[in-house]
Design a binder for this molecule. Structure first.
Ligand code: 2AM
Ligand code: CA
Length: 262
């Protein structure tokens, strides 16, 4: 597999898609609700996914695509090369704020993440990694993550998980919120993973993500020595929904063993 060539194409297409997305800021968006009023999609999400699929199929006809908006293949297993794409991660931010969103792509081969991309379109910041070759932000290598004390850690989590919710007893996370130095919430899982990879955050915790939300971030975070599992410390199911805990080593273990209980 020529990963250098695949990487070159992916980066070129990301930049092109970014230009298109920035141009849409001047235009009227079409916003639709998916499952509920908090679950949104726009014409730009759909057009961006189609943009990638057209180029991937033209250049690499044997590759398959799993895309959030459903224009790709019906992927039931991860054999061969599969691109897992979220055309806009943080759609609500895209609509309300025109920032704090990203294009997220993970390229997997037989279930192993080989390439990861998170492109912060507004800031023109491309986080990327190739398995075994390190992670980068706009060409600058990202250093390996260093241990941190929980009392000095900043973690990101959505307030959803500390009020009554369908997935976790809110009292579970309260002691963790008290123990850390601070909490943040950005509304884009991909960016939150990029921020862990760069050390701006020490951990990110959430109770439900789909594969396209974490596929790119998984490859990038693991390349800098970060740990990505579900909140119980178990490996993520790449084709299903998962809770996700992304953290520096050490801190990850502490959160799983001291703060989370099943
Ligand atoms: P999206 O913008 O691509 O939908 C918001 O906290 C984060 O969770 C975003 O990354 C968002 O991705 C993701 N998200 C929103 N709704 C979700 C759902 N129903 N299942 C999984 N992930 C979701
Ligand atoms: Ca999305």
């Amino acid at each position: 597999m020529n990963w250098e060539h695949i990487d070159e194409c992916a980066r070129k297409w990301l930049k092109e898609a970014g230009v298109r997305i920035r141009e849409t800021f001047e235009q009227q968006l079409t916003v639709q609700m998916k499952s509920n009023r908090k679950d949104l999609v726009t014409n730009v999400d759909k057009e961006t996914e189609q943009f990638f699929i057209e180029r991937i199929k033209e250049t690499f006809p044997e590759h398959r695509v799993l895309g959030e908006e459903g224009f790709g293949d019906d992927v039931g297993a991860l054999d061969g090369v599969v691109w897992i794409i979220d055309p806009i991660d943080g759609t609500m931010n895209f609509i309300h704020q025109q920032r704090n969103f990203a294009i997220s792509i993970g390229v997997f081969h037989d279930g192993i993440g080989q390439l990861g991309y998170i492109y912060d379109v507004v800031h023109d910041e491309l986080y990327y990694a190739q398995k075994g070759k390190g992670a980068f932000l706009n060409g600058r290598p990202l250093p390996r993550l260093q241990p941190v004390e929980i009392s000095e850690a900043i973690i990101s989590l959505n307030t959803t998980w500390v009020i009554e919710n369908a997935r976790i007893d809110p009292s579970v996370l309260a002691p963790l919120v008290k123990a850390v130095r601070g909490t943040r919430s950005y509304g884009s899982a991909a960016l939150e993973m990029a921020y862990v990879a760069t050390g701006r955050l020490d951990a990110y915790i959430t109770m439900r993500l789909s594969p396209w939300d974490f596929a790119g971030g998984l490859v990038i975070v693991e390349e800098v020595g970060g740990i990505v599992t579900n909140v119980y410390g178990e490996p993520l199911q790449l084709l299903g929904q998962n809770s996700v805990l992304v953290a520096k080593p050490g801190l990850h273990e502490q959160i799983v063993t001291k703060y989370i209980r099943k």
